[in-house]
Design a protein around this ligand. Structure first.
Ligand SMILES: [Zn+2]
Length: 261
């Protein structure tokens, strides 16, 4: 009899301990989610989003942080608020589409500042290719990894000036990982890039970063930065390009509640 009572007491103690551990785990997870939500709500992009997109963004950012590993380089320690800031901007670009577009993304590497990479550099006049080093603020390595400078991430998120390294690199990534767009869309994009080149030749100050004149991939990436950061200006000055990007991203940021520019 005594043995049965002892066994029952031990079982009760074990059940109680297990239940407590589960409760503690759940409390930790809830606390982490709450902190992530607070970090997300403190971002500038949050204020611009319509309610229905906010709900989607919260879920996607949670998923992104759980599924995509972040690595600090150059002595940088990556904390959760840094992950939220980057994940939010990556996911912003994809909010118009269903599904999980980051399956091929194996990780994000974060440097404290610009980082130096070995590059093949082609002389525009002679066409001669030489090996050299270049300092970058961001890089999408095919559809495998995105490398970012944290200082530039902060700058990109601080102003709606059409400069946003995360939007730029995630657009490159998405283009690599999920190439899309029909021929007509590609031709329209190319025409817009040529128009940028002509505006630069005329000595005008374009709305879109002149770097976009380099090639179609760079044009799409800088146009995406303008689309998300200065949507109303882009719609007013380049309506055809705006519609093209609106169809491609399936988002209409010029119509969001608080577009800044
Ligand atoms: Zn680029």
């Amino acid at each position: 009899m005594l043995r049965l009572i002892v066994i029952a007491l031990v079982l009760l103690a074990v059940t109680w301990a297990l239940r407590n551990r589960r409760r503690r785990r759940r409390a930790t997870r809830d606390a982490r989610r709450f902190e992530r939500l607070a970090s997300l709500q403190s971002l500038r992009l949050w204020a611009r989003l319509p309610d229905e997109l906010r709900d989607t963004l919260v879920a996607r950012v949670e998923d992104f942080i759980e599924r995509v590993p972040f690595t600090g380089a150059g002595g940088l320690t990556v904390d959760d608020s840094m992950r939220v800031r980057i994940a939010a901007q990556c996911c912003l670009v994809t909010l118009g589409h269903e599904g999980w577009p980051f399956a091929a993304l194996h990780g994000i590497t974060l440097h404290p500042d610009e980082f130096v990479v070995r590059q093949e550099i082609e002389d525009e006049d002679t066409g001669v290719v030489t090996e050299g080093y270049e300092a970058l603020s961001g890089q999408a390595i095919e559809s495998d990894r995105i490398v970012l400078s944290w200082r530039d991430v902060l700058e990109g998120d601080a102003h709606d000036d059409g400069y946003n390294v995360v939007i730029h690199e995630v657009t490159h990534f998405l283009e690599h990982a999920n190439p899309g767009g029909d021929q007509a869309a590609r031709a329209a994009l190319e025409a817009a890039r040529e128009e940028l080149g002509r505006a630069l030749d005329r000595g005008e100050t374009p709305l879109i970063d002149p770097y976009g004149a380099e090639d179609t991939a760079e044009f799409l990436a800088v146009a995406a930065e303008t689309f998300f950061e200065r949507p109303r200006e882009l719609r007013a000055r380049h309506p055809t390009l705006y519609v093209l990007l609106r169809e491609s991203f399936r988002l209409d940021p010029a119509e969001w509640p608080n577009p800044t520019q």
